[in-house]
Design a protein around this ligand. Structure first.
Ligand code: C2E
Ligand code: MG
Ligand code: MG
Ligand code: MG
Length: 292
């Protein structure tokens, strides 16, 4: 009887696996179709220097304009393609679209830096650097300095040596790097020391409760001091309120991104947003910290 029950359980487990495989297969096929049918769009969220009241650039964030389900956030579809080759096809699409937008804005006289998120698998793909080079070759007026790649610090887990080599190749082209969601990985300090990223992006989970949680405050202050010691730039994500900004300025972090500045917006809205942005007056009043 026990054997029979075990067998039944195995069957059910098997069927469950089939069901998951089916869903996964469908999603992959749908994402492939969505790419062909032009259903992906890039939204852009500004990055600013709070103390100077200056727009630095914007991060490109992918959305799926789904015909039935509406505008889908990356959390609704990126996990389904992680670990598949679709990550590379989609990543290449994001890169190509970002260059188109950059070209468009440069033609309008807007000089900003666009950041794109790069999946670990994409960065380590053998064609990655060549794709960047070809992209810029197709846009000879664009300066590669206008592009920044955000990589998750966990990306390096597999092979710090290879990641470093790819980063250096990209930097030779002029492209910059930010370590995204900094502080959430297992070996943040190892990465800080080993990876040649110009910028650290403090994860929003540390910023959220910075005003009430002394431990989060200590972590953020620590990261900001580390970036200074390592001669890196620092930016905080998830800046939702004036108070968040004031505290970050006090700690020595001038650069920020978050709903308190702007939500991600369609590409077409960005030029007008930049033209009309009124920097927070309390932020502008903060004097610069003396450099250590
Ligand atoms: P991320 O790179 O850390 O991007 C920041 C996320 O936080 C965005 O969510 C953004 O809308 C959200 N956010 C910004 N400011 C605030 C704030 O003040 N408060 C709160 N609560 N949230 C804020 P989104 O657009 O849903 O993206 C989620 C993640 O998906 C991104 O995290 C990134 O890891 C990934 N992603 C987005 N676009 C791409 C892409 O083109 N390629 C790859 N590989 N990953 C992408
Ligand atoms: Mg990012
Ligand atoms: Mg992030
Ligand atoms: Mg994040």
């Amino acid at each position: 009887v026990a054997k029979q029950r075990g067998k039944n359980r195995y069957h059910r487990f098997d069927q469950e696996l089939d069901r998951i495989a089916l869903i996964r297969g469908e999603t992959l096929t749908q994402i492939e179709a969505a790419l062909i049918n032009n259903q992906f769009v890039l939204y852009f969220q500004p990055k600013v220097n709070m103390r100077l009241g200056k727009v630095l650039g914007a991060e490109a964030l992918i959305r799926w304009q789904h015909p039935e389900r509406g505008l889908l956030s990356p959390a609704a579809f990126l996990p389904d393609i992680e670990g598949t080759e679709m990550v590379i096809a989609l990543g290449n699409w994001v890169f190509a679209r970002a260059l188109d937008h950059l070209q468009n804005w440069q033609n309008m006289g807007l000089n900003i830096v666009i950041s794109i998120n790069i999946a670990p698998r994409h960065l380590l793909h053998h064609d990655f650097v060549e794709t960047l080079r070809a992209g810029f070759a197709a846009h000879p007026q664009l300066r590669p300095h206008c592009l920044e790649l955000e990589i998750l610090e966990t990306a390096a887990l597999e092979d710090i040596g290879r990641v470093t080599a790819v980063m250096k190749e990209c930097q030779k082209l002029g492209v910059g790097f930010a370590l995204d969601d900094f502080g959430t990985g297992y070996s943040s300090l190892t990465y800080l020391k080993a990876l040649p990223a110009e910028t650290l992006k403090i994860d929003q989970s540390f910023i959220r409760d910075i005003l009430g949680d002394p431990e989060d405050l200590a972590i953020v202050a620590g990261i900001i001091n580390l970036t200074a010691a390592f001669h890196r730039q620092v930016i905080a994500e998830g800046v939702e309120t004036e108070e968040h900004g004031l505290l970050l300025l006090k700690l020595g972090c001038d650069n920020a991104q978050g709903y308190g500045i702007a939500r991600p917006m369609p590409a077409g809205d960005l030029p007008a947003w930049i033209a009309n942005w009124l920097p927070n007056q309390e932020w502008l009043k903060k004097p610069a910290l003396p450099s250590p």
